[in-house]
Design a protein around this ligand. Sequence first.
Ligand SMILES: Cc1ncc(COP(=O)(O)O)c(C=O)c1O
Length: 436
Amino acid sequence: MAQWDALVDAVLARLASRNLLRATRPIALAPSPAPAETFAGPGPWDRAAVEIQLDRATLHQWLAEGGEATGQEEEVDDKFILFSGNDYMGLSSHPAIRKAAVKAAQEYGMGPRGSALICGYTTYHKLVEESLAELKKKEDCLLCPTGFSANMAVMTALGSVSSLLSVGRKPAEGERIAVFSDALNHASIIDGIRLVERQQEVVAFVYKHCDMHHLDLLLLFSMDGDFAPLPELVKLRRKYGFLLVIDDAHGTLVCGENGGGAPELFGCENDIDISVGTLSKAAGCQGGFIVCSNRWKRLIQSRGRSFIFSTALPVPVVASVHAALHVSKKERWRRSVIWRHVQYFASLTKLDLTSPIISIVVGSEEAALRAGRHMLRSGFHVTPIRPPTVPQNSCRLRITLSASHSLDDIKRLVDALSPWLPDKHDEQTYVMASKL
Ligand SMILES: Cc1ncc(COP(=O)(O)O)c(C=O)c1O
């Protein structure tokens, strides 16, 4: 990847010569020491991560949605087990994480008061960046307000490579960066690509979901293209020398022995150039991050507009992330439990699952709404996913498992799902495990 390093160095030199290189100037805080409070197994606080109550008006509206109006309000319990969140490790309700946020709020207040480059960045942010870089085995890390903004920042920084190298004019077609993106990539990646495409900085190619053959063909047509997602992507990266950027929003803390994410699981951390993640899923908190080399960080913090022009994460949130990373390191049993839950769900349903995200495709929008109502009546918060999120007639129930669920929660969920499980339903119904 020496070629990429040379390009980034050239861009950094350009920015430096125009006084456009930016760096954070952390405000000194005294971060709390890592919380001592970790546990050998689940506690009552875990129930708070999955037990919810719906307000009655919302509940009745939901039950009436797309259904036959009876004019009468149904008698349904308003308490549910949540199977639609992204809190895979059940950390959002952990005592150490709650306390870290409370303590930081009491000591420092909420408002970060500005963006990271102005005055919103503190030594607490820096500490969390160092922990994330260590977890992901990368040189450096940049915290962003959200995962969405992290992906946008990577894309705008990437686009700036072509425009900064063609000073005073738009990059010619052959000078633009070729971006190869999976057809099912997250909206934040798509919007980032659309933006830099509009700026005429990149040329985008979309390959069929997880279809490495298709990607290989596209790369062949455009040899100077750099990009793409794992073991096969790594092989292609070796073949073509592209910059491999991944979004590990759902894998971080869940996959790999240490929670390093999909690259740790597949043992290919060194082959990933830039990895984007979110702190709003398995970390149970909020925020986004980019782990990369120090030179990429310098570029992204100088050119990544969604990082530069957005208020930094509040210190209590950063303190809660710090605690979450510590708990994830100490309570390794949470990772074992979530994967045992996946196996248990698979054994009850005889489904071939690869992750805690399970999509049960039920077909039409009406069928999905009906299935959602059935799940509500059975005491489960499971959201029907409909167009435009998914294509017509592939509406689904999206179920997510958490280490905070009990085996009984899962058994009862599977019983309630039985009309939509393969052996009980027509051949149109099928189940698939989403890729992390
Ligand atoms: C794959 C993926 N990338 C990025 C994001 C955005 O993360 P955040 O919610 O922190 O903005 C999400 C979450 O919605 C996601 O699922």
